[in-house]
Design a protein around this ligand. Structure first.
Ligand code: ZN
Length: 99
């Protein structure tokens, strides 16, 4: 009987789509339940907060006011002028700024 076959087919399609949506909901609920729980359960290192290491001075970039190049403060040619420190990429730029 062809109608019986079609009915079985439709029921299977319906059942599969229902199952998929139910599994999707379960997975979503499971993820929401487990997500924060796992984050809380994560082991804390040594129990005390570890201070983040200060950024190395070489990481700080200063702008050369003469040529506009950004140079690391640690390796730049520095010059104190009017209460502020200026940084230059080279002595050439520093001399240009002075003169
Ligand atoms: Zn320069």
């Amino acid at each position: 009987m062809i109608f019986r076959y079609i009915l079985v087919l439709l029921v299977s399609i319906f059942a599969i789509s229902m199952l998929r949506s139910v599994i999707g909901l379960i997975m979503k609920a499971f993820g929401e339940m487990v997500g924060p729980h796992l984050a809380k359960a994560a082991p804390t290192s040594a129990g005390k907060p570890q201070p983040s290491p200060p950024a190395p001075p070489t990481g700080e970039l200063k702008k050369d006011p003469v040529c506009g190049t950004y140079v690391p403060a640690a390796t730049a040619i520095s010059k104190r002028s009017g209460g502020q420190t200026l940084y230059f990429c080279s002595t050439n730029c520093r001399d240009k700024y002075s003169g």
